[in-house]
Each structure stands twice: as structure tokens, then as C-alpha cells.
Design a protein around this ligand. Structure first.
Ligand SMILES: *Cc1c(COP(=O)(O)O)cnc(C)c1O
Length: 365
């Protein structure tokens, strides 16, 4: 049996996608076509926010959020060191210092460690809903309010997730940033992203910021960027978005099957599943003993796995100038050597997942 990590062709090579792309090729409204606004409306609905704005990728959605809030040189933004590097990358590109805070067993930033990282330069907290599991936003928002900080959610992995009260990722802070990269749960045919907010002021700033600062056809209010999302990508993401409940349900169901099947293995640590939270599993990450040997063993049995992420951001060469060192974030560092990501994509069958579970069991026995 073969268990692939991904199955993209079945998602994109469909009559509906081809038809939509063809109609845009006919109209040639490639930039800021009506498909963009239509997609934004649907995305805002899906996240329960007033405004959603298509951006050319998720990294720039994070970046633009920081710029809208005026965050840059001499400022600090608190975030987690175990994310995809783009979270810290956006902070650095805005000119600010990425102030890392260690994580908890749920792979998300530990709210109990945030306050000690706040200083007079701190302007914002950028929690990441890693794996599709919402960070502890209640506690984070309370701390932010107490210290007058902004909150930007890195929701790139969490489209469709919601907290205990049913509030959706992307609606839980001042702004939320999503990615439509082909690897993400709701994706498009290339790079893409979305910025969400309930603030009319931020929305209006974002509209200017993504389009050269143009307030009308010929005149800019300030110099800015070209971060527009192409019509074709917006249209394709819109088609994918229609299936959000189905995709999320299936990925969550796959995760539950793993949770049950692996629960009795003492070599496997499964994170606690928070009650009443709707996770939107983007990745299925567990911690295991003898991780690298397990990966090879599974590979030999036709099972593709990944590691998200093998190197904490603070230990990358790119972080050298920030003065972090090994030992600064022990939980992140320990997890980085034990985590493995099993395939959970929505096209997998129950039999395939059972085969992965059986293979892991047989490795440890
Ligand atoms: C994918 C991802 C991003 C970046 O999104 P792009 O669209 O690839 O720029 C940022 N943060 C996290 C947590 C991600 O998973």
C-alpha cells in the first residue's frame, strides 16, 4: 500500500476549476477582477469577520498587518519559535525584533511565559494556530489588553478552526492572516493569502497598502506595495472554500482515527485535545521515540511523513543577529527532535490510515 502525504491533482484538475479559469482567460480581468471581491465576501463569512482582503501570499498578509499597525524599527513582536519561518520573517521584514516565547504541549505559544517577555518596545503578540489548533486566545487577549498590545493571529494553518465559544480563527485578534498556498487546507493554484479584520479602519488601510497606496486611479495617499491577489487564484480558492466543512471534517476524522489507534503506544505522545474547540487539522503532529528510525521504517513501507518543523527558528542562521542560542526555548527544542507529521489529507481512506497505525505499532513491537 502507498500512503502519500498529499494529493493535489484531485483537488485542482476538476471541471469546475478549468471552467472558472477559462472564463477568466476569456475576460482577461486578471487583476482585481470581480472574482476577488466575491471570494473575499465568502472568506469573511467563513471566518465570521466583517472584512477579508485577498493578499498575494500569507507572509505578506502578516507583513501588511504589522505595517497597518505602524510596527517597525525599534519595536518588538512576541511570537513562537516553532512555526513556519514566515511568521518571524514577516516581523523581521517589517523591521521589528522577533521576541520568541516558548510553547506548551499543544505546540502553541505558552501564555504563561508571555508577560516576562514584554518590555517597553513590545507592540504586538503574533500567536500561531499551529497544526490548525487555536492558540489560547482568551489568555493572550487578556495579556494584550493589560499591556496595550495588538494581537495578530497567524491563522495560516487554521482556516475553519474555532475556539470554545465557536469564534473562528482570524476573528480572535485585531487582524488575522491566512495562506492559500497549495499545501494549506483551503488552497489555490499558486501562492495566495488573506487578511481578516473586524476593524473598518484597518481594512481601509489594507486596501491602500496592498495596491500602491492608491486612493484613486492616479494618486497615492502614501507609497506602499503591490500585494494583490490574482483573479484566477481568488476564483480557484473560492471553489475550494465551498468545501471547507467537508475538508475540515474529513481531516479531523482522520486525526481522530489516529488518536484512537495510537493511544495505547507508550512511545507516542499525542497532544491533549481541547474540549469544545473545533480544530481544523492542517497537520497531524505527534512526538515519538526514535523518530528518524521510524521515518525510514515508514518510508520503506510506502508511507510518506514530514517534520513540521525540524529546526526551531531561533536556531537558524537567519536568526543569528538576534542573539538567541540553544537552550533558550527548551520545549520547542526538545519537541523539534521528537515530532513527526503523519499524512491526514482528506483524500486518504480509513484503510490507509489503519495501515499507518499498524506500521507504527509494528515498528515499536
Ligand atoms: C504557510 C504559512 C505561512 C506563510 O504563508 P505563505 O502563503 O506561504 O506565505 C505563515 N505562517 C504559517 C504558520 C504557515 O504555515
Amino acid at each position: 500500500m502507498e500512503v502519500k502525504y498529499l494529493d493535489l491533482p484531485s483537488q485542482f484538475n476538476t471541471d469546475e476549476v478549468l471552467h472558472e479559469i477559462k472564463s477568466i482567460l476569456e475576460s482577461c480581468q486578471f487583476v482585481m477582477g470581480p472574482q476577488l471581491e466575491e471570494f473575499e465576501k465568502k472568506f469573511a463569512e467563513a471566518c465570521g469577520v466583517k472584512y477579508a482582503l485577498g493578499i498575494d501570499n500569507g507572509t505578506n498578509a502578516l507583513f501588511i498587518a504589522l505595517k497597518i499597525l505602524g510596527i517597525g524599527t525599534n519595536d518588538e513582536v512576541i511570537t513562537a519559535p516553532n512555526s513556519f519561518l514566515a511568521t518571524a520573517g514577516a516581523i523581521v521584514q517589517a523591521g521589528a525584533f522577533p521576541r520568541f516565547v516558548d510553547i506548551s504541549d499543544d505546540y502553541n505559544i505558552d501564555p504563561g511565559k508571555i508577560e516576562e517577555a514584554i518590555n517597553e518596545k513590545t507592540k504586538a503578540i503574533m500567536p500561531v494556530h499551529l497544526t490548525g489548533n487555536p492558540a489560547k486566545m482568551d489568555e493572550i487577549n487578556t495579556i494584550a489588553k493589560k499591556h496595550g498590545l495588538y494581537v495578530i493571529e497567524d491563522s495560516a494553518q487554521a482556516i475553519g478552526a474555532s475556539d470554545e465559544l465557536g469564534n473562528k480563527a482570524g476573528s480572535l485578534g485585531d487582524m488575522g492572516a491566512f495562506s492559500l498556498h497549495p499545501l494549506k487546507n483551503i488552497n489555490t493554484c499558486g501562492d495566495g493569502g488573506v487578511l481578516t479584520t473586524n476593524s473598518e479602519e484597518y481594512y481601509k488601510q489594507a486596501l491602500l497598502m496592498r495596491n500602491h497606496g492608491l486612493k484613486n486611479r492616479n494618486e497615492a495617499q502614501f507609497f506602499a506595495y503591490n500585494f494583490r491577489l490574482d483573479s484566477i487564484k481568488a476564483a480557484v480558492a473560492g471553489i475550494r472554500l465551498k468545501q471547507i466543512e467537508k475538508i475540515t471534517d474529513q481531516r479531523n476524522k482522520n486525526s481522530e482515527q489516529y488518536d484512537r489507534g495510537l493511544a495505547n503506544l507508550e512511545q507516542v505522545i499525542i497532544p491533549e485535545r481541547p474540549k469544545d474547540v473545533r480544530q481544523a487539522f492542517h497537520t497531524y503532529v505527534i512526538q515519538v521515540e526514535r523518530r528518524d528510525a521510524l521515518i525510514s521504517y515508514l518510508e520503506n513501507r510506502g508511507i510518506e511523513t514530514k517534520i513540521h518543523y525540524p529546526m526551531p527558528i531561533h536556531l537558524m542562521e537567519a536568526s543569528k543577529e538576534f542573539g538567541y542560542k540553544k537552550g533558550d526555548f527548551p520545549i520547542t527544542e526538545e519537541q523539534s527532535e521528537k515530532i513527526i507529521t503523519l499524512p491526514i489529507n482528506q483524500t486518504l481512506t480509513e484503510e490507509q490510515i489503519e495501515y499507518v497505525i499498524d506500521s507504527i505499532s509494528s515498528f515499536y513491537s
